[in-house]
Each structure stands twice: as C-alpha cells, then as structure tokens.
Design a protein around this ligand. Structure first.
Ligand SMILES: NC(=O)c1ccc[n+]([C@@H]2O[C@H](COP(=O)([O-])OP(=O)(O)OC[C@H]3O[C@@H](n4cnc5c(N)ncnc54)[C@H](OP(=O)(O)O)[C@@H]3O)[C@@H](O)[C@H]2O)c1
Length: 508
C-alpha cells in the first residue's frame, strides 16, 4: 500500500508535462527546498513523464555544475537519501542557463534552450516559472517573460504559470504594486503565490479534521470555544538573514502570511465544495472579518519585542541589536503577540491570541482551541483549583499531529480529576515521513490546482488589516523595544496581554 500521506485533497488533477524554470536556480531556496523536493517527487514516481528543470541565474554554472549543485542540495537537505541509480537517470533532466534577469539577450538564450529541451523530452511547450528571487526583481522578470513571448494566455496554447515566493510586498501599497505587475502578464489563474505553510500536512489536515468529523463542527463556534492560541516559535536567531529581516520583522515575516492563513483555515465557514475558488473565498471572508486594530487598540492588543543576549545550546549569543548586519538602534521586532477578534456570528467575542518569535526555547508551531469550562456544578466546584478546560491542539511542526485534552477520574476510591490526552502522531500512525510542503505545492502547480496558494485578494486583505498595526508603530516613533532573554517565551508585556483577560499562554 502506498503512503496515505501522499494522497491529497484534490485527487483528480494530474501534473502536466512541463519544464520548471527556476529563476534564482543557483540560490539558497533552490538548493535547500526546491531541488530536494523535485528529487523526492521523482523518487515517488509522481512527476510527469515528460518533465525537465532549468535553473536560470547569473551564477556561472553549466548543466554539469548545476547537477553537482543540485546533488549537493539533495545530499544535505533531502527527506530521503540520494539513490545513485535513480540519480543517474533523474539528473539528466536538469539544465542550467547563465544570465542576468535584466539582460534581454539572456531570455533569448533561455528560450532557445527551452525549445531544445521541449523537443528532446517531448514537452509541448508547457512552462512553470518559479521566481525564487528577491521581490525587487519580480517586475523585471515578468516583464521580460512577456516581452520575449514566453507567456500564453490561459486556455490558448501551451501552459504558462508563475510561482512567486513570499514576501509579497512589505505593506499594502507594495503588495498591490507586485500584484498589479503580475496581473499585467499573467492571469490570476496562472499565478501561484506560495506560502509553504499551506503545503504542510497538518495545515491541510485542519480542513479534514473540521469537515470530515461530525463531533467537532457543532462545537466550533463562540458558544463552545473560549479562545484560540496560535504559536509559531523559532529557536534560531536572525542568523545570516539580517538584511532581509531588518526590513521585515516578526509581524511581516510570520503573521501576515503563515499565521493569518492558518487562522483563516481554523475560522472559515465550510466551503460548499473543495473547488479552489470556494475554499479561497471562505478563507478570504475570515480575513475580511478581522476587527481592525486602531491606534488606540495597539497598546492593549499588540506587544512587540526583541531578543536579548543569552545562551543557545550552551553557546553565548548576542542580542538582536548586536547581531551582524543589524542596526544598533534597530526597532525591528523579533517577537510579536496579538489579540485578535473575528467579527462574524461564529466567532463573536472569541479572542484569537497570536505569538511568534525568534530565539525561543524551542521550535514549535501549533494552534490550540480552548473550549469553555464546564459549569461550576458537580466536578468544577473549587474556584481556587478550577478544572483544566478541554483543549484541542493541532501540532503543525515538529511532531506533527493533534491531541485532545479531556478530564478523567484518577483511579482510586476518591473522585479526583486529572487531565489526560488523546494523542495522534503522524509518524507513529502512518509510518513514513510526511512529504515536504514544497513537494505537494510544486505538484499542485503542475496540476493547476490553486487551492493551497494565496489569491491576490487574500494577500491584499491580510495586508490591509495589518496596516493598522504597521501605521501605528510607524507613527509611535518608538526608539527601544522591550527585550526578552534568549531562550525565553517572550517579554513580560506579552504575559500581561493575555493575563489581563484571566488566561495564560500555553506551556509548550
Ligand atoms: N531561502 C529561504 O529559505 C527562503 C524562504 C522563504 C522565502 N524565500 C524567498 O525566496 C526568494 C529567493 O531566496 P533565496 O534565499 O534563494 O535567495 P538567494 O540565495 O539570494 O538566491 C537568489 C538567486 O538569484 C540570483 N540573482 C539575483 N539577482 C539576479 C539577477 N539580477 N540576475 C540573475 N540572477 C540573479 C542570485 O545570484 P547571486 O548569488 O549572484 O546573488 C541567486 O542565485 C526570495 O524572495 C526569498 O524571500 C527564501
């Protein structure tokens, strides 16, 4: 029997024969994620039979050095080890074109190579362009693609699709500008904005858990849910990405995309079908219902902070402002906590608490649904020691799975109540490691299934909501952010944010 985890939600779509052109093919994302993901898809035998990959970037490589680059990435980052016999065959489908994205002549050469590959591999001119490049280059690349005749209208001739990486802009205006640029060349149906969180098994499983189980949906509302906690914690500091991170910060890096997407999947209404547009409409409606955060709310509902110095795995590490590439007077947040409301009938009055940060005690992403306490009758009568509420925890990473906390009687003559957990672990149940998010997402693009990709209106709705916070921060002219020690769960201000409501952050 095959691994059931490789079965997806949209099972009818088949990846079409195509060439995947990776703009920035010699870059970090390509080595760490894209090339290993493609190799694993090839090991699984799910790539189209007529398929090739072309790396395109200014780095001086040729086909053979690009294959060595890919092999190195696979050896270091692939989910499964490199199999020599398979590699010998698969590597023949990898090619490389050197050129600058700004140089029109490079596109002439790219086209010549693609046409040659089409005829060698029996590919009917179908192309997927993966823009694994800095956002500032998106406009140049898509305009050159259009000018050099790479892009066919949808439904006319061969397939042309484009994949864009986050970040889509750094505020609403820049996101709109990128989307407008893309729309001048590609139809929305040809545009795949990737958020790799949506490719994770556990995130996809939110829909299955909610809509394939009759016990949960009746409880999934303000009547029974007390609050929701979303946590995305990283152990690492800013590392070598200070240049990017200084311009981004935790709110833009994590909340605008991954966390709001997960929140939308938890809070959305049941779509009437799994058609991509229906699923994405349902998620968009959640984003549109986010209660705006005005300047007056920010102090009560948002906390930002930076990590201070400390020890990480026994090694002394600097605080954020002492990291290489970070301005000494930086006010970029490495931690943010928010209290958010969704103003619709289902969620009226239910707070969603969000926290994300770097240099936290461990790497963990999860969503926890806290159900309301039982009445203070029968078993919940001691106000000084209330019963632990039921909590459904969806573990996104690591240790993917979910668990439900229930109250149970401790064995013995007295009635003593103890919280117990019903626990599901992907690894233990399905045996195999679940596919990497990029595997699923790349396959979906080849199949033309946009369910797990962010639509233009959703990206802009998320930014529109976040502008309330960004504008308030901008005008506050804060010079110093609170610090939390490396290896801590965040600043004391974040504890106060949730404790003011009589609740506590989960202990993870
Ligand atoms: N790396 C990650 O884990 C990660 C995660 C999430 C999202 N992303 C996003 O993915 C995208 C790519 O990130 P990355 O980390 O892979 O970046 P990267 O390592 O800098 O790779 C970009 C590649 O494009 C090449 N390039 C840059 N400007 C060029 C030009 N004008 N003409 C031709 N080639 C050019 C670079 O060449 P040089 O080496 O000569 O500069 C490099 O090969 C970014 O949008 C990033 O935000 C990355």
């Amino acid at each position: 029997m095959g691994n059931p985890l490789t079965a997806g939600l949209a099972q009818n779509l088949i990846p079409q024969p195509c060439t995947l052109v990776i703009f920035g093919g010699a870059g970090d994302l390509s080595a760490r994620k894209l090339l290993p993901a493609l190799y694993n898809l090839s090991l699984d035998g799910v790539l189209p039979t007529n398929f090739a990959v072309v790396g395109f970037a200014r780095n001086e490589l040729d086909d053979s050095t690009f294959r060595a680059f890919a092999r190195d990435g696979i050896e270091r980052f692939s989910r499964r080890p490199l199999d020599e016999a398979h590699w010998a065959d698969y590597s023949r489908s990898l090619f490389y074109v050197t050129g600058s994205f700004t140089d029109a002549q490079a596109y002439v050469e790219l086209k010549r190579r693609l046409e040659k590959i089409d005829s060698e591999f029996g590919i009917p001119g179908n192309r997927v362009f993966y823009l694994s490049i800095p956002p500032s280059l998106i406009a140049t690349c898509v305009e050159q693609l259009k000018a050099n005749g790479f892009v066919a209208d949808p439904g006319e001739g061969p397939i042309s699709r484009v994949i864009v990486e986050k970040p889509i802009g750094r505020d609403l205006a820049t996101a709109r500008a990128i989307n407008a640029t893309l729309a001048r060349t590609f139809d929305e149906s040809q545009t795949f904005r990737i958020d790799h969180y949506l490719g994770k098994e556990t995130v996809q499983n939110i829909l299955v858990l909610r809509f394939a189980n009759s016990v949960l949906e009746p409880l999934w509302n303000a009547k029974y849910v007390d609050h929701v906690q979303l946590t995305v914690a990283e152990e690492e500091g800013v590392g070598l990405r200070a240049g990017y991170y200084e311009e981004a910060g935790a709110l833009r890096d994590m909340v605008q995309n991954h966390i709001l997407q997960v929140l939308a999947m938890i809070a959305m209404e049941p779509p009437w079908s799994l058609d991509p547009e229906n699923v994405r409409d349902a998620k968009l409606n959640v984003l549109r219902c986010l209660r705006p955060l005005t300047a007056g709310d920010i102090d009560k509902q948002v906390v930002r902070a930076q990590y201070g110095p400390g020890y990480h795995h026994g090694e002394e590490v600097p605080g954020y402002r002492r990291e290489e590439g970070v301005r000494r007077d930086s006010t970029t947040e490495t931690y943010v906590a928010l209290k958010v409301f969704i103003d619709n009938w289902r969620w009226a009055g239910v707070p969603f608490y969000i926290r994300t940060g770097k240099r936290m005690p461990k790497r963990v992403s999860e969503a926890a649904i806290y159900f309301k306490p039982v009445p203070e009758i029968l078993f919940n009568t001691n106000r000084d020691a209330p019963l632990e509420p039921n909590v459904l925890t969806l573990r996104i990473q690591p240790d993917e799975g979910f668990s439900l906390r229930l109250s149970s009687k401790l064995p013995g003559p007295k009635v003593r109540i103890y919280p117990v957990k019903m626990d599901f672990h992907y690894g233990a149940t399905f045996g195999d490691s679940s596919p990497e998010a990029y595997e699923r997402l790349l396959l979906d693009v080849m199949a033309g299934d946009a369910t797990l990709f962010m639509r233009r209106d959703a990206v802009e709705a998320a930014w529109a909501w976040m502008m309330g916070v960004l504008d308030a921060w901008e005008s506050s002219r804060t010079r110093y952010l609170p610090e939390y020690p490396t290896g801590d769960w965040g600043p004391v201000e974040a504890d106060r944010l949730i404790e003011a409501d009589g609740r506590k952050w989960r202990t993870l």
